[in-house]
Design a protein around this ligand. Structure first.
Ligand code: GTP
Ligand code: MG
Length: 502
């Protein structure tokens, strides 16, 4: 009797192989109950024998392949149970938290939805800070004009501006209330002129602050903890029969000042003042984090609910290291857990990064390339692009990370394009190695920077590694979703390769 080999189900091959996985013939034992089924026919001709052995060999090979696949699948399952760990690195304001938000929006929509209402306070705080920063500058200008100390031509400021400042004064109280409500971790950063220009040789610290003071929460309380507190507050209010909360009070005051906020932002003299204070150098308040004055009519309303874009653009500085856990809600990786670590990027926080290097699958490194003419907020002597180069070098050279996948985002491409298109700032002035041959446009600059980061990776990595780079503007959620799709696949493939599967 002949055995059926090829048409048997997969598992049969597997168990068959384990019963008798080497050369078939010598393993046969006349006492084996299967002997009569497995033994070749007594009258087998040499051709039949050849055909039989051929077919047995094919079956054995197929069986071994199936066993191999089963082993690999098991390893992948084991590997899948292990979370994928990703660390987001880069200087402050490079876009790490914004990238994380994109990730959450794309892959954990339920968790995203849960935090939506809590972001309202952050957007309102960003808005108040910007408005109050403009009011501060306006106050300064008015003082200079009344004391006739101003050397620059006078702005056309009138009593209407004074009235506007008075009408908007309650926003200072709202700002303080929002900061206080977002928890004990809320603190003020040291003065940090966002986008202040850096000198090409000696430092040129900006004396005029264009930015609203920053707002951040510490990691030990964290914005998640701050949000929990806000949510608890909503629940308590509902249980207490709807007594007005601080949150509602802030919303009411902001909505009540919508007209004046619009007037302030659209005022010609205010625009001219901002122009003189920074725009002439290519710096725009709109380009700083958390700018919402353009959307005032939509945001300063009693029933304001932040849109996805609002949440992505809301600026909340990270302190220390925050862990974010994602479990894929759908798709082939459903149930796969990812742990993403978002770190504070200022210099004083970088020492906290190292303990997370061990056991990390991938690093997403963000280098904001529009900042080539700006100084670090925490040290006005340091050029921001130069700082990114140094950080990238340190990450590439780190021995603990020698086998970790590095993915580079050359971020803020939208701002780079806008800045260079203005035509009054030369990239080569800040990066002399750029030379005089190349054009001063975004395409040439990004090409140059890509090559520069690639060369550094090659030069400083302890062992050869791939170079994965993306040109990004992570406030663009649609484009970023596509980039993150590619990044996620790459990281996952690398993660599974660790299980010797691929
Ligand atoms: N225009 C533009 N703005 C961006 C881009 N990426 C980030 N931003 C804005 O820049 C600000 C800073 O981004 P964050 O993601 O908070 O920066 P971070 O790296 O987490 O900064 P730290 O927490 O201080 O380390 C935010 O308000 C973002 O909206 C970008 O590609 N283009
Ligand atoms: Mg952050």
């Amino acid at each position: 009797m002949r055995r059926k080999l090829v048409s048997s189900p997969t598992t049969t091959y597997s168990s068959f192989t384990s019963l008798n996985s080497t050369n078939f013939q010598p393993a046969l034992n006349p006492n084996d109950p299967f002997y009569h089924f497995l033994a070749p026919p007594a009258d087998e001709t040499p051709e039949q024998r050849f055909a039989r052995e051929q077919s047995e060999s094919d079956a054995r090979q197929m069986s071994e392949e199936i066993d191999e696949n089963l082993r690999a699948e098991k390893a992948v399952r084991r590997r899948r149970r292990k979370p994928v760990k990703v660390l987001l690195l880069g200087q402050s304001e490079s876009g790490k938290s914004t990238t994380l938000k994109n990730f959450q929006l794309t892959y954990a929509p339920k968790a995203w939805e849960e935090t939506r209402s809590s972001w309202r306070s952050v957007v309102q705080l960003n808005l108040c800070r910007t408005a109050n920063a403009i009011l501060d500058l306006l106050g300064e200008e008015m003082k200079l004009q009344s004391s006739a100390l101003s050397s620059s031509p006078s702005l056309r400021l009138s009593d209407a501006h004074r009235v506007l400042c008075l009408r908007l004064a309650p926003l200072r109280h709202v700002q303080r209330a929002l900061e206080a409500r977002l928890g004990p971790g809320v603190d003020e950063a040291s003065p940090s002129p966002i986008g202040s220009p850096v000198g090409t040789s000696s430092s040129v610290a900006s004396s005029s602050r264009l930015d609203p003071q920053e707002f951040f929460v510490r990691s030990n309380s964290g914005w998640k903890a701050a949000f929990e507190r806000l949510r608890g507050e909503h629940v308590r209010t509902a249980m207490a029969g709807g007594v007005q909360t601080d949150d509602e009070e802030s919303t009411r005051v902001i909505a009540g000042r919508r007209e004046e906020l619009g007037q302030l932002w659209r005022d010609d003299a205010v625009q001219e003042m901002l122009e003189r204070r920074g725009r002439g150098r290519g710096l725009r308040l709109e380009d700083g984090g958390g700018f919402f004055l353009d959307d005032i009519d939509r945001i300063a309303v009693p029933d304001y609910v932040p849109s996805d874009d609002d949440i992505v653009r809301a600026r909340l500085r990270t302190m220390g290291v925050q862990e974010h856990r994602f479990v894929f809600e759908r798709g082939s990786e459903q149930g796969q857990e990812w742990l993403m670590y978002d770190v504070g990027g200022t210099r004083s926080h970088r020492a906290a990064w190292a303990p997370f290097f061990d056991d990390t699958n991938a690093i997403l490194f963000l280098a904001p390339i529009s900042c080539f003419d700006e100084a670090l907020a925490e040290d006005s002597r340091v050029n921001r692009l130069e700082d990114s180069f140094l950080l990238w070098k340190a990450v590439c050279a780190n021995k603990l990370l020698a086998r970790t996948m590095l993915v580079l985002f050359l971020n803020k491409c939208d701002l780079l394009e806008r800045k260079l298109a203005m035509g009054n700032v030369e990239f080569r002035r800040y990066v002399p190695s750029y030379g005089t041959e190349r054009k001063n446009d975004a395409e040439s600059v990004t090409k140059y920077l890509k090559q520069k980061f690639r060369d550094m990776s090659k030069q400083y990595s302890p062992e050869p590694r791939g170079f994965y780079v993306h040109l990004t503007s992570v406030i663009d959620t649609k484009a970023t979703a596509i980039t993150l799709g590619a990044v996620r696949e790459g990281i996952l493939r690398d993660h599974l390769r660790g299980a010797d599967f691929l």
